[in-house]
Design a binder for this molecule. Structure first.
Ligand SMILES: [Zn+2]
Ligand SMILES: [Zn+2]
Length: 284
């Protein structure tokens, strides 16, 4: 998906979210405050001759294209308004956003992606819980010998089900077990954290947690069900990451992230900042 297409997607989506559109400044302020685009007033250092952020100017330019194609109204009396053709085009762009490739330079934010596909926090937690349940049935001492972990991006894995608007990807119990094994069945927030012995297998009970949430698989366009992305956490830390106070969650995530920064980059095939990670968790 090209940057122009992404910009069109964000703009048309915003207009339809605003019930059709609004004044130019209102629309752009909305994109800015919603944190939909990678550049916003805080992050854009370039100013136009009118002393406006360059990204606003870029959106105005893209608006021209949309008008030319009949996707936005030509004369809105200063208002930016979506047309019926624009609404149909938006549907098409949303479909394109679902098949992003890791090589695409993604410029809309995880926040926007989350909104677009109505990704809910509880989806991730429910799927986590399912995995915890599944691995509890497997004898931990019967895990195959660790295989070579390749620090390169891999294509997205199998889809386990399609929810209303997004793909849910399969979580492999073997991969999760290997990740716990790799951590020595200790909590990676603090190895002194207490736990209990598993029913099957003579190891401590720990829960696998995907640092880059699996629900963002389509955003990154790569397989996120990788040992490098899975952390071994005691029940308490795992629950805190999902249900804790935002400032504490930020601390936990940062700690995990910094301990494996380069492995995470290598499987994503790109860099990610700790702030982006906070966005993924909605704790910015
Ligand atoms: Zn989790
Ligand atoms: Zn812990």
């Amino acid at each position: 998906m090209t940057q122009q297409e992404q910009m069109k997607l964000v703009l048309l989506y915003t207009l339809s979210e605003l019930g059709g559109g609004g004044q130019r400044s209102y629309v752009l302020d909305y994109i800015n405050s919603s944190n939909y685009w990678y550049k916003n007033d805080q992050r854009d250092v370039i100013r136009t001759s009118r002393n406006e952020s360059a990204w606003r100017n870029n959106f105005s330019y893209e608006r021209q294209h949309l008008v030319e194609h009949g996707y936005m109204q030509k004369n809105g009396n200063g208002k930016w308004l979506i047309t019926d053709e624009g609404k149909a085009h938006l549907e098409l762009l949303i479909k394109k956003a679902q098949i992003l490739k890791s090589s695409d330079h993604i410029c809309f934010t995880p926040v926007f992606f989350q909104k677009l596909f109505a990704i809910q926090n509880f989806d991730e937690i429910a799927e986590d819980q399912q995995l915890v349940e599944q691995i509890s049935q497997i004898d931990s001492e019967l895990i195959d010998a660790p295989t070579d972990i390749l620090n390169i991006p891999q294509p997205k894995g199998a889809i386990s089900q399609r929810s209303a608007n997004r793909n849910i990807y399969l979580r492999d119990t073997t991969v999760a077990k290997r990740a716990l094994n790799r951590a020595g069945h200790l909590c990676e927030i603090d190895i002194t954290h207490k736990s209990f012995l598993r029913r099957y297998g003579n190891v401590l009970y720990m829960e696998p947690h995907h640092l880059i949430p699996m629900s963002f698989t389509d955003y990154f366009g790569v397989n996120l069900d990788r040992e490098q992305n899975i952390f071994s956490l005691c029940s308490n830390c795992h629950n805190q990451i999902h249900y804790g106070a935002k400032k504490d969650v930020r601390q936990l995530i940062s700690k995990l992230f910094l301990s494996r920064e380069y492995e995470i980059f290598s499987i994503l095939g790109r860099d990610i900042t700790v702030n982006e990670l906070f966005q993924l968790y909605g704790v910015l």
